[in-house]
Design a protein around this ligand. Structure first.
Ligand code: ASP
Length: 321
C-alpha cells in the first residue's frame, strides 16, 4: 500500500463553526479528518505544519513548507505528499513548491470551498482524490499539482477564478492536466516548460501592481521610493503600459530594481507587433523581464525566489529567459 504523508496547513478544509465562535475557523486536526476518510487504498500519516487561513500565510511560510515537504519525500518509505491548504493563496504556495522542490514523487495540494460543518463540505472528496493522485505512479514527474473538484491542475497554471464555487480553480488557456474519475486517475497531458530554482532564501520586498485604464504612477513611485528589490507589473494584453509609465520604469531599472511584466489578462503569453508608445517593443528596449504565461501573483513568487537566489543580473535574466 502506498505510504502518503498529509501535511496540513489550515484553510477551509480544516474549518468548522463552533457554538461560541463568530464564524468558521480552522480547527480540525489531521486525526479528525482521518476519522472521516474512507479506509483503504493508501497508508496515511498526518503532520501539522500550521492551522491558519491562507490569508495569514506568507511566501516565507511557503518556503518553510517546501523544506518540510522535501524532508518527508527524502524518506524512502514515503511514496508521495498531500498538502491541505486554504484556497485564497493556494496557487502561490503550490507554485513556490513547484519551483523549489526537486523530486519525482507526486506532490499534491488541495483544499475546500465549504467548511466541514456546512452542507456540501467538499474537503473529504478533494482530500480523497488528492490521496488517490499522490498514490498513482503516473502522477510522478508532473511537478506539484492541485487536485480540486475532480480536476488535476499544474501548479504554474491553476488560478482561483471563482470566489464561491466548489469548482474554484481553473487553468485558463491550457485546461487541467487530467481528472480523477472515481477510482481512476486520468492524466491527459504533461505540464509544459516547468522550471526549478534551488532556493535557500527569498527576497521579500517585491510588489505587484495591476494596471488600470489611465492609472497614474503613485503606487509605482511609492514602491520605488520605499526601495523595493523587485516589481511585477500586471500590464495590459500582451505587455503594454501607458506612455507616462515608461520614464518611471526606466528609472526603476537604473536604480537596479528588477521589473517583471506579466499580463493582467489571466491567460496567454506576452509579445505584440505594435509600434506605438508603451507597447511591448518599448518594454523590451528598456530591458524589463517578462513573466510569459505566469499570472501576476505567480510572477511575484518567481521574482522573490529568483532575487533570493541569483548571484547577479545575468543569472536573474536567465531565470526569466
Ligand atoms: N479562508 C480560506 C483560506 O484559508 C478560504 C478557503 O480555504 O477556501 O484561504
Amino acid at each position: 500500500m502506498p505510504r502518503i504523508i498529509v501535511i496540513t496547513t489550515g484553510g477551509t478544509i480544516a474549518t468548522r463553526r463552533g457554538p461560541n465562535l463568530a464564524g468558521a475557523i480552522p480547527a480540525l486536526k489531521g486525526e479528525d479528518v482521518l476519522a472521516m476518510l474512507p479506509r483503504g487504498g493508501a497508508d496515511l500519516a498526518f503532520e501539522e505544519f500550521s492551522n491558519l487561513p491562507s490569508s495569514h500565510l506568507t511566501p516565507v511560510n511557503a518556503l518553510d513548507l517546501s523544506r518540510r515537504v522535501a524532508a518527508a519525500l527524502e524518506r524512502p518509505e514515503v511514496d508521495g505528499v498531500v498538502i491541505t491548504h486554504g484556497t485564497d493563496t493556494l496557487e502561490e504556495t503550490a507554485y513556490l513548491l513547484d519551483l523549489t522542490l526537486r523530486t519525482s514523487k507526486p506532490v499534491v495540494i488541495t483544499g475546500a470551498m465549504r467548511a466541514a460543518t456546512s452542507l456540501g463540505y467538499d474537503g473529504l472528496a478533494n482530500l480523497a482524490a488528492a490521496v488517490r493522485v499522490a498514490s498513482t505512479p503516473s502522477a510522478s514527474d508532473l511537478g506539484v499539482v492541485l487536485v480540486f473538484d475532480e480536476e488535476i491542475h499544474a501548479a504554474a497554471e491553476a488560478q482561483k477564478l471563482h470566489a464561491q464555487s466548489r469548482a474554484a480553480f481553473t487553468s485558463p488557456g491550457t485546461g487541467p492536466l487530467g481528472r480523477v474519475e472515481g477510482e481512476r486517475v486520468w492524466i491527459a497531458r504533461q505540464p509544459v516548460g516547468r522550471q526549478q530554482i534551488a532556493c535557500q532564501r527569498l527576497e521579500e520586498l517585491v510588489d505587484l501592481i495591476r494596471l488600470t485604464q489611465g492609472a497614474d504612477v503613485r503606487m509605482l513611485r511609492h514602491s520605488l521610493e520605499d526601495g523595493v528589490a523587485g516589481l511585477v507589473i500586471e500590464a495590459f494584453g500582451g505587455g503594454r503600459v501607458p506612455p507616462w509609465w515608461l520614464p518611471h520604469l526606466s528609472e526603476a531599472l537604473q536604480r537596479r530594481t528588477a521589473v517583471v511584466i506579466a499580463s493582467r489578462c489571466g491567460a496567454g503569453g506576452l509579445g505584440d507587433e505594435y509600434g506605438y508608445v508603451g507597447a511591448y517593443h518599448d518594454l523590451r528596449r528598456l530591458g524589463v523581464l517578462f513573466a510569459h504565461n505566469l499570472s501576476g501573483p505567480k510572477a511575484r513568487i518567481k521574482l522573490m525566489v529568483a532575487l533570493g537566489t541569483a548571484r547577479g543580473l545575468n543569472e536573474l535574466r536567465a531565470f526569466f529567459a
